[in-house]
Design a protein around this ligand. Structure first.
Ligand code: GDP
Ligand code: MN
Length: 402
């Protein structure tokens, strides 16, 4: 069992996925150098006839347009110049930290907002999982574009929902209703139905938890085109999508989480001050509740799995201690198959190997040989205290962070 985590995709990866499901997209190629960007632009020109290009920074954050990460180039020289400005920049958008995010790649896309295309319209369409209704949901609006957050805030009645039963999938009347509510008629109406049907299929088939397309463009020729894409895939499904492995961008992920995954540990970084080391996801969730009940906040979720041996315990301590917010560590391990005395020995020896532990450790070991384990901890002479009941644990966590 693992908890719910998502893998985010870049815009260009999301668009490739859409294209695989015959959802029409703004076409483009990705480049990681200005020279390659020019090659992409040439190829795009040959294929689409476009002479105007959009250079789009590829980072895992939206609002790039507002931060200067989406720019127009009217010649190959401009493609090269603008790409060289964007690649390597720290792009700051309303969705990044104030330090911004390093741009490593740009998408060179065809311009779909050309002059002759004045009768165009921007929509917002997303498909996501609604956990409270256990259904999928299509959220859509006539007011797409860069200010959708303001629309949601000021005129929420302009945002519509359509719930889709995962058992039946999207029904024809539902896609018609959406196209109708978006104010479309004729060919654009028909194209929107195809767009939505295929978008929903892409979402289902890729085990995504979100597909957000903003804007969806209706061009003057009534084509419906995905101009942007934000896709997140449910990590728990990745075992059946080996082909997505290469889409993971480790630069965009929390480095501690990446290292934990490489070591077979299930770690999620959180904001609190009590580090946790637990075996089993259910116990890990209960332990986080316990920390909150003690008036503290968990600094992480960490499931060390079935084999809490010395090496894994030591690795887990190292990962937890990397977080400077950590004021105490709670180890809560149930010895079912693993013997508690072995785990206790592991904790003591890991502690001795780590010279930078300057926070108290509270250990609750229950199960096989728990008594022996307690003795080992109590006699270790280290800054480690043992606790048996949940009350005791809560009290010790409280005094540790005080
Ligand atoms: P975001 O700001 O991160 O959401 O990035 P988007 O991909 O949505 O792009 C931001 C904005 O750039 C869009 O809302 C459009 O207004 C504009 N844009 C995107 N593609 C084109 C294009 O082909 N031509 C022009 N002129 N503008 C574009
Ligand atoms: Mn967008």
């Amino acid at each position: 069992m693992s908890i719910f985590v998502n893998m985010n995709l870049h815009e260009y990866q999301g668009k490739n996925l859409l294209n695989d499901f015959n959802v029409s997209i703004q076409r483009g190629y990705v480049a990681d150098s200005p020279k390659e960007a020019v090659e992409c632009a040439k190829k795009l020109s040959d294929e689409t006839g476009t002479s105007i290009f959009v250079i789009k920074a590829q980072i895992h954050a939206g609002g790039r347009g507002k931060g200067g990460g989406v720019r127009i180039a009217k010649s190959l020289d401009e493609v090269e110049k603008i790409s060289s400005e964007i690649i390597g920049m720290k792009l700051i958008t309303p969705q990044t930290s104030k330090e911004g995010k390093l741009v490593r790649k740009v998408l060179i896309a065809e311009d779909v907002y050309y002059n002759g295309n004045s009768d165009r319209k921007e929509f917002y369409i997303s498909v996501l999982l609604n956990r409270s209704s256990s259904k999928n949901m299509i959220v859509y609006s006539t007011e797409g574009g860069v200010d959708i957050e303001a629309v949601a805030e000021n005129t929420p009645d302009l945002i519509f929902n359509e719930e889709i039963d995962p058992g039946t999938g999207i029904l024809p009347f539902q896609s018609r209703k959406i196209a109708f509510n978006l104010g479309l008629t004729g060919l654009a109406f028909k194209n929107m139905i195809i767009f939505i049907t295929n978008l929903y299929q892409a979402y289902i088939s890729s085990d995504a938890s979100l597909f957000e397309i903003n804007p969806v463009l209706k061009a003057s020729d009534d084509k419906i085109i995905a101009v942007d894409s934000k896709v997140t895939i449910d990590e728990n499904s990745l075992f059946r999508h080996k082909e997505y492995d290469s889409m993971r961008d480790l630069h965009e992920e929390n480095s501690t989480e990446v290292e934990a995954r490489e070591n077979g540990l299930n770690y999620v970084d959180l904001d609190g001050n009590v580090g946790c080391m637990v075996n089993g996801a259910g116990l890990a969730m209960a332990t986080m509740d316990l920390i909150k009940l003690a008036g503290a906040e968990p600094a992480n979720f960490l499931d060390v799995g079935g084999t809490a041996d010395k090496e894994r315990v030591e690795k887990a301590f190292r990962l937890i201690l990397r977080d400077s917010n950590v004021k105490a560590i709670l180890v809560n391990i149930f010895g079912g198959i693993v013997r508690c005395d072995r785990v206790a020995e592991g904790i003591v020896s890991a502690y001795k190997n780590l010279d930078d532990i300057n926070v108290p450790i509270i250990v609750r070991l229950q199960g096989t040989n728990a008594d022996m384990a307690k003795e080992i901890i109590d006699n270790s002479g280290l800054n480690v205290v043992s606790a048996i009941t949940f009350d005791e644990v809560a009290n010790k966590v409280q005094s540790a962070i005080r």
